[in-house]
Design a protein around this ligand. Structure first.
Ligand code: HEC
Ligand code: HEC
Length: 465
């Protein structure tokens, strides 16, 4: 017997005592004679239809990335694929919750355990279904935010929920140097590329600097890279700007050389990541004329999405994201290890850091300006976070950047009540929607219909040795 996933249908079936409920919401609901189900015909006016057409999946390649001259290079993609799975670029695990059990990447004190694929788990749609509690990620430390999917990410104008980075490669360098993520640094990463991947690197980027020359480049062993367990104080970190030791003591030429190697490796990773797509869904089949491709509840959900519920005001375009930042009145809640991030100013803080970042796409290490840096930072960015794409949500174990909502039902309830009072700083843009239970279930059904086939399986698998 099949299990109905739709809360409303299940509830209605349960009410119809003695009636066998054989059909689920993905077929024509057939609760049996006598059951009263609020199952109105979907109302798709020409206006609704035009609004839905705006959401059609775009299978064209993502926009060109002028900041990365290798963004579309096949050999860079292959090298990036290898590096995405490479744990040897990481420093020590610091958090003691890393006890070697399933769900952790190793034991506190061990180095070389964290790769991009450790949090963006390829088989799970590049989200984290590994970390204990399935909320925020546990790498070197507990991350502040939930690991988002990388599917379709190359179409985002700015990256991270607060817009802190304006290219995928700069994001990769940021993660390598973050104490809570890879807990590494650009000097150690460059030395490891030299030690482990020199041939592949040089075939793409030309001769490497002499990263084994200890006079120019202080040599770091894996257990010496990154930060120690002390408070977040860069003096206790090694191999990145501001370390007041190995990196800061190098000549400007050596600093630039090490940074260039790490940035080039990150550009190869970005070339790989840019290929990760969700693919078109049953929604596109339905737009293409296959009436059976969406059930009645999904069709009603589609209509609500662009109509009464107003979701497409922010979740617009082919990825159901306007790429902009909005304050939706999220009230931070405790997730995973009693962690509540109450002082997150969102894009107001993230974009200010981006503008000063030497690795932004206007900086010296970029191959060209992506043209997405904000000109001015207004008060509306306080507590505002980027509208996420809503494609391929199926494997996502939790929602919102804080991971505090566990199901799509909870997310829809959240938008229905117009967010919560006293959330993150700033002004909540939402109003309550007054949806009934059936309408909320319809919206959840529609969100679940946006599942594509995912990337080419060769991109999901670990690279061949
Ligand atoms: C600790 C687990 C973790 C690891 C390891 C990790 N990431 Fe992430 N990644 C995150 C989190 C958390 C965010 C979201 C931060 C936010 O929302 O501000 C993120 C965001 C991103 C984004 C932006 C996504 C978006 O929606 O804007 C990209 C791109 C990315 N990571 C790529 C990488 C790459 C490449 C690597 C390897 C170098 C990597 N990540 C390693 C946790 C991780
Ligand atoms: C004012 C703009 C806005 C409107 C309107 C809006 N959203 Fe969102 N939505 C956002 C933002 C911003 C986030 C991310 C919030 C965060 O993580 O802090 C979000 C998050 C989500 C998520 C979680 C995705 C994830 O990966 O965690 C879902 C699902 C979602 N919205 C669905 C909807 C639905 C359904 C509607 C209509 C009922 C809607 N949204 C209306 C801006 C909006």
């Amino acid at each position: 017997m099949r299990v109905c996933s739709n809360r409303f249908i299940v509830a209605a079936c349960a009410l119809a005592a003695g009636v066998a409920c054989v059909a689920c919401s993905d077929g024509a609901p057939n609760p049996g004679a006598g059951a009263v189900i609020d199952d109105p015909d979907p109302l798709i006016t020409s206006g609704t239809r035009a609004a839905l057409d705006e959401l059609r999946y775009d299978s064209q390649p993502p926009p060109a990335d002028p900041s990365n001259r290798l963004a579309d290079d096949d050999r860079a993609r292959a090298f990036g694929h290898r590096l995405f799975f490479e744990a040897a670029l990481s420093g020590r695990l610091l958090e003691r919750d890393n006890d070697g059990s399933a769900g952790t990447l190793g034991r506190a004190g061990e180095a070389g355990r964290v790769s991009c694929s450790g949090c963006h788990v390829p088989a799970a749609g590049f989200v984290d279904n590994r970390s204990p509690h399935h909320q925020i990620s546990l790498a070197a430390l507990w991350a502040r935010r939930r690991t988002p999917t990388l599917l379709e990410i190359a179409s985002a104008p700015l990256f991270n929920s607060d817009g802190r980075r304006d290219s995928i490669w700069a994001q990769a360098v940021g993660v390598m140097e973050a104490k809570g993520e890879l807990n590494s640094g650009r000097l150690f990463v460059a030395e490891q590329i030299f030690r482990l991947h020199r041939g592949e690197y040089e075939s793409l980027f030309g001769a490497m600097p002499p990263l084994d020359d200890a006079k120019a480049f202080p040599q770091l062993a894996p257990l010496q890279a990154g930060c120690d367990e002390g408070p977040d104080n860069s003096a206790a970190c090694r191999g990145k700007p501001g370390d007041k030791s190995d990196y800061d003591g190098m000549t400007p030429a050596a600093q630039a050389a090490a940074t260039t190697v790490t940035v080039n490796a990150a550009k190869a990773i970005a070339a790989y990541v840019s290929q990760l797509r969700c693919g078109s869904s049953r929604f596109e089949q339905w737009l293409g004329g296959d009436q059976q491709a969406l059930s009645r509840t999904e069709q009603r959900g589609a209509s609500l999405f662009v109509g009464k519920a107003g979701c497409s005001g922010c979740h617009s375009g082919a990825n159901l994201s306007d790429g902009k930042f909005h304050n939706v009145g999220l009230r931070p809640a405790t997730v995973a290890v009693a962690f509540t991030d109450t002082d997150d100013h969102g894009a107001a803080a993230g974009l200010a850091l981006l503008l000063e970042d030497p690795l932004n796409s206007k900086g010296a290490f970029s191959d060209g300006d992506r043209g997405v840096l904000p000109v001015a930072l207004g008060p509306e960015l306080e507590g505002a976070f980027r509208t996420p794409s809503l494609r391929c949500l199926k494997n996502q174990p939790s929602f919102m950047h804080t991971a505090q909502l566990a199901t799509l039902d909870e997310v829809v309830d959240f938008f229905d009540r117009g967010g919560d009072p006293a959330g993150f700083p700033g002004q909540n843009e939402l109003k309550s929607l007054d949806l009934n239970e059936r309408e909320r279930a319809d919206l959840v059904a529609f969100l679940q219909a946006l599942q594509g086939a995912g990337p080419d399986p060769a991109l999901v698998a670990a690279p061949a040795d």
